[in-house]
Design a binder for this molecule. Structure first.
Ligand SMILES: [Zn+2]
Length: 316
């Protein structure tokens, strides 16, 4: 896991395309790319992507020809970006939402492919491909939940190649942008111990760092201090930024921190946590995953925070 040591290298970040935002309003270019036989399409079906299994699992890439007959008015093609080949713009990539077709109709166009959710996919598909699917899935999720204007309730139509929706009521005209919710996730440490918690809804034995959503009018550092104290009773200071991770389950950015504890006594909010404990570094280093104790998946920022702290890598 050498990639874990590089700041900014969290899994689900590192989407490989040029997002080409300046081309989202170029109607002629978009029309030409949409009809171009070399244009790549990623199909999302009810939040699943199609993956071709084998020694090297990869997402199935479609073309105009392989999706013939399925790209109707419900597909809502959204420009993901363009490949960059030797510094030059290569093939354009669109995501299409095919949730309205029979799963079999899509799989019939995807030989060897099977439907897979991102949580499963991210564990077997290479990082850049997982990041691309996370981006594609995040956009389709947003479109499906923003068909109507939140201000007046009229239908909202996609524009900017699917990166905005505008209310069709001319008296309103509100423009809506893809939404990302901000959450903080924090490894709290004190000497050679760190604070981990458990929620009863997590898989058996899983323990993790504390996390919570940012509220309006709050800085990230204030959010870290509030969430830790609310959930565990522990007060923290010296909050240091570590790294961030897109977490499209369904639409969050996880902002990772490490924070020095200012108090030790634990008093958990039982509506949030089953319990929280201080864990010694040497005990965590020697521990193997079991149904009594395991750390979060290796693709998660929480795992990276824990691994970095165990290795003594604390942000300066
Ligand atoms: Zn409106």
């Amino acid at each position: 896991m050498t990639g874990l040591t590089r700041i900014g290298s969290n899994v689900l970040a590192g989407m490989p395309l040029d997002r080409a935002a300046h081309l989202r309003t170029d109607a002629a270019w978009l029309k030409a790319r949409f009809d171009d036989p070399s244009t790549r399409y990623i199909a999302i079906w009810r939040q699943n992507a199609v993956v071709r299994l084998g020694p090297e699992p990869r997402p199935v890439i479609h073309y105009r020809e392989t999706l013939d007959g399925l790209l109707d008015e419900h597909a809502e093609p959204t420009l993901l970006g363009v490949e960059v080949e030797n510094g030059a713009a290569g093939a354009a990539h669109f995501v299409v939402d095919l949730s309205h077709v029979e799963a079999g109709a899509l799989l019939a166009r995807s030989p060897g492919g099977e439907m897979m959710d991102l949580r499963e996919l991210v564990q077997i598909v290479p990082g850049p491909d997982s990041a691309l699917i996370a981006y594609a899935r995040g956009l389709t999720y947003w479109h499906r939940r923003h068909r109507f204007c939140g201000a007046c309730g009229s239908p909202a139509a996609a524009l900017e190649a699917g990166h905005q929706r505008r209310c069709t009521n001319e008296d309103c005209g509100a423009v809506h942008f893809p939404r990302t919710d901000t959450a903080v996730i924090t490894l709290v440490h004190d000497g050679d111990e760190c604070l981990l918690c458990r929620q009863s809804r997590w898989p058996p034995g899983m323990h993790s760092t504390l996390a919570g959503f940012l509220e309006p009018g709050e800085s990230l550092e204030e959010c870290v201090a509030r969430e830790i104290e609310e959930e565990s009773g522990v007060r923290v200071g010296d909050v240091r930024y570590h790294s961030s991770q897109p977490w499209p389950f369904p639409g969050t950015l996880m902002v990772g921190f490490m924070a020095q504890a200012l108090s030790r006594e634990i008093a958990v909010d039982e509506t949030e946590l089953e319990y929280a404990h201080w864990y010694k570094r040497r005990d965590l280093l020697g521990r193997r995953d079991s149904d009594e104790f395991r750390l979060p998946g290796r693709y998660s920022i929480s795992r990276r925070l824990i691994e970095d702290w165990l290795a003594g890598r604390i942000p300066p």
